[in-house]
Write a protein that binds this ligand. Structure first.
Ligand code: HEC
Ligand code: HEC
Ligand code: HEC
Length: 149
């Protein structure tokens, strides 16, 4: 009579331990899978964020929206250059952004417009280009404001 409860208890303890062991193994496997695949998940969406590009402090909008600017900024700059150099057209009207009812206007200029907002070329343009493995040759002639002195 005395021993029974003890036995019962020991028995339950074993069961409980076995249950925890199973759980631990399962958790271990899940943790392992998460760890092994984490780099993929993290890279997919966040690599860009991890770059920590320096954004303009006061301005909230680019010349055009980001989904447009990201793939399109080289084409935009190419158009600007051609229009300025060949046609002397120096004013650009944003297709998307307005002040009141009037579309925003910008001077078509690599250094005086883009780098006026993106003041730190190194921590913005260069950082992303280095990551992407591109090296625009523009700076052989154009001089970024911060590099003037
Ligand atoms: C009026 C200020 C202003 C001007 C001028 C400007 N930008 Fe921007 N740009 C911004 C701001 C603010 C952001 C961030 C917007 C956001 O995060 O929603 C941005 C974002 C960007 C991005 C996307 C960065 C990212 O994290 O994906 C690129 C690329 C870019 N600008 C390139 C340019 C280029 C090239 C020019 C010149 C043709 C230019 N910008 C002119 C203010 C400006
Ligand atoms: C979020 C990333 C990112 C940012 C920020 C960025 N660029 Fe780019 N840029 C790229 C990528 C990617 C390419 C290459 C695209 C391609 O080859 O199709 C590129 C290409 C270019 C090119 C064409 C280069 C060539 O040789 O064809 C120019 C010019 C350029 N960027 C200017 C700028 C300037 C100026 C800024 C800063 C105001 C800037 N970019 C900011 C990602 C970025
Ligand atoms: C061989 C020298 C040289 C190279 C390299 C060069 N440019 Fe230019 N760029 C000029 C000259 C000169 C002008 C005319 C300046 C003017 O009339 O304001 C100009 C004008 C421009 C303009 C309009 C005016 C302004 O203030 O920005 C843009 C935009 C431009 N270039 C973009 C680019 C981009 C983007 C690249 C690189 C993909 C590039 N340029 C490479 C010499 C060069």
């Amino acid at each position: 009579m005395k021993k029974r409860p003890k036995l019962l208890l020991r028995h339950r303890a074993k069961e409980v331990r076995a249950m925890y062991n199973k759980k631990a193994v399962l958790l271990g496997i899940i943790a392992f899978i998460i760890l092994m695949t984490a780099p993929f998940w993290l890279n997919a969406g966040r690599e860009h964020k991890k770059l920590k590009l320096e954004k303009p402090q006061f301005e909230k909008e680019c010349v055009e929206p980001i989904p447009w600017m990201n793939p399109g900024h080289m084409q935009l700059l190419d158009n600007w250059r051609n229009e300025v150099v060949r046609e002397s057209k120096r004013d650009y009207t944003s297709e998307h952004f307005k002040v009141g009812h009037v579309n925003k206007k910008f001077k078509k200029s690599l250094t005086l417009t883009c780098l006026d907002c993106h003041k730190n070329k190194k921590k913005f343009c260069d950082k992303c280009h280095t990551y992407a493995g591109v090296k625009p040759y523009c700076w052989e002639c154009h001089v970024a404001p911060e590099e003037k002195i």
